[in-house]
Design a protein around this ligand. Structure first.
Ligand SMILES: C[S@@+](CC[C@H](N)C(=O)[O-])C[C@H]1O[C@@H](n2cnc3c(N)ncnc32)[C@H](O)[C@@H]1O
Length: 224
């Protein structure tokens, strides 16, 4: 929630320049790694509010909104879908308080490390706190019983994770380059850190080590 509010002005700037440049009749917006919590709809309402205000200022008609919510297929899309009716009513009655363009929602299951939309079909891509999840654990590593980069990991482990991140991000960008229209916008929020230490607990969650210990204990019990 903090990341969503810290990045609000960046989204506003991006959607304002996108809309003002072309005054499109429809806007296709995708939230990648939407999960099932309230953040995805709060981003959607923020974007719709910005566009509706622009329409009033520029005296033009509202576009229709096509909202694509993407996550892995195991995501609980239904809990987001169940809240859509009340979301639309609240947005119209309490926030916008006048007419707004129609809003159509679509669930898009699948990994964003592959193509998930047709060519040039999206105007605006948003993704928050999702892109630092890699597509897979790097292959062929002996990580000494750790499940992530840890103080006891051999030095090639953090390099392998870094390479995997580079490969994944490059695939992500290539796919989105095909899916976005020319002049489309993308706002990505990724967890990062300010130093070279991948184990610095100020930036990285230290629960992984606890989880690794618990998992190793379980494995040992099976082996006994
Ligand atoms: C920490 S949640 C962020 C949820 C939401 N965007 C927010 O800001 O609250 C990360 C989400 O990314 C999704 N995710 C991770 N890897 C993904 C992938 N390869 N493709 C699509 N979604 C993915 C996870 O399933 C999870 O729902």
């Amino acid at each position: 929630e903090k990341a969503i509010s810290l990045t609000k002005s960046i989204r506003e700037e991006a959607i304002t320049s996108l809309f003002s440049e072309t005054l499109p009749r429809s806007l296709a917006i995708a939230d990648l790694g939407c999960s099932c919590g309230p953040n995805t709809l709060s981003v959607v309402s923020e974007i719709v509010i910005v566009v509706e205000k622009l329409c009033q200022q520029l005296n033009c008609s509202s576009p229709e909104y096509k909202i694509f919510l993407n996550d892995l297929s195991g995501n609980d899309f239904n809990s987001v879908f169940k809240s859509l009716d009340s979301f639309k009513v609240k947005l119209l009655d309490e926030i916008i308080k006048s007419e707004m363009g129609p809003c159509y929602f679509f669930g898009v299951p699948g990994s964003f490390y592959g193509r998930i939309f047709p060519n040039r079909s999206l105007d605006f891509v948003h993704s928050s706190y999702s892109l630092h999840w890699l597509s897979k654990v790097p292959e062929g590593l002996d990580n000494k019983g750790n499940i992530y980069i840890s103080n006891t990991s051999p030095s090639n482990v953090s390099k392998a994770y870094y390479k995997q991140f580079q490969r994944d991000l490059s695939i992500f960008l290539k796919c989105r380059a095909e899916e976005l229209v020319e002049g489309g916008r993308m706002v990505l929020t990724i967890l990062g850190r300010r130093n070279d230490d991948p184990c610095d607990t100020e930036y990285c969650c230290d629960d992984w080590e606890l989880l690794a210990t618990a998992l190793n204990d379980l494995v040992l019990q099976v082996e006994k």
